[in-house]
Design a binder for this molecule. Sequence first.
Ligand code: ADP
Ligand code: MG
Length: 292
Amino acid sequence: ATPTSIMVGSGRGAEKGILFKGGEYLEGTQAIEAVLLDKTGTITEGKPRVTNVMTVSGSEDDFALVAAAEKRSEHPLAEAVMAYATEQDVDVQDPATFEAVSGHGIEASVEGHDVLVGTRKLLMEKGINTEFAEEKLQEFEKEGKTSVLAAIDRELRFVIAIADTVKPTSKAAIEELQEIGIEVYMMTGDNTRTAKAVAREVGISEENVFAEVLPEHKADQVKKLQDAGKKVAMVGDGINDAPALAIADIGMAIGTGTDVAIEAADVTLVGGDLTNISQAVRLSKKTMRNIR
Ligand code: ADP
Ligand code: MG
């Protein structure tokens, strides 16, 4: 491409809130055949909030121990639990010990109690029976809510439902990509049922959903699509997404996301509006036409 057409294209992009880190990415974007979207914070607002807390057994006052266990976690779900505790005027202590279990949840020691918060898998691996919660859990998951379980001293105590709203433009943005012949996929660490419910809401087909993907395996999913012969754009906002953004043919970071994601990506979508993806493709095509 001529330096002039690149300059003009980059300028147009910047006006729309699409920042290309270099001319090669503006050129490369037109070749994209598949777009892999992170769920939380990319398709959704990434501002989860607690909608229901169900006490499975014991006193509901013990929710204070759960909030304390989450106090040192930086996960958005932990922030949602903390916000809820504040709303409910719960007195939240500091945990004595705290450990994050990547992709699954947390374990902490609070006032002499062992507290586990996270996926059913995390609790089951610790030998906790989660059967009593299964029906409720599935009900929340079918509504597209992330459901987290909490156990105290190895006993299942709470089911916490957490909702995150889909961004108003996500559905239209995904449809636009599909209309111009680009395949759209979703990837998340969240539960399969929750992921599929959100996918349905935005028009991504079930077979294009990769759920329960551990942080260290996100890049592998990009590689898998590339190995199938596709040019892949990965779009994400989190620290977890950085390796996938780096390995993708075009990595696109959500501007409102983490610095780590922005650094790993080739393009920044400043406002986080997914309609900027198809606009970037159009801009890239136009730029390439101008040079030929
Ligand atoms: P993602 O960021 O894609 O949603 P993660 O790998 O961060 O996925 O987390 C996967 C799942 O692990 C979450 O959906 C949740 O069920 C559980 N989890 C992770 N961290 C926490 C936490 N601090 N509190 C409760 N649950 C958690
Ligand atoms: Mg995310």
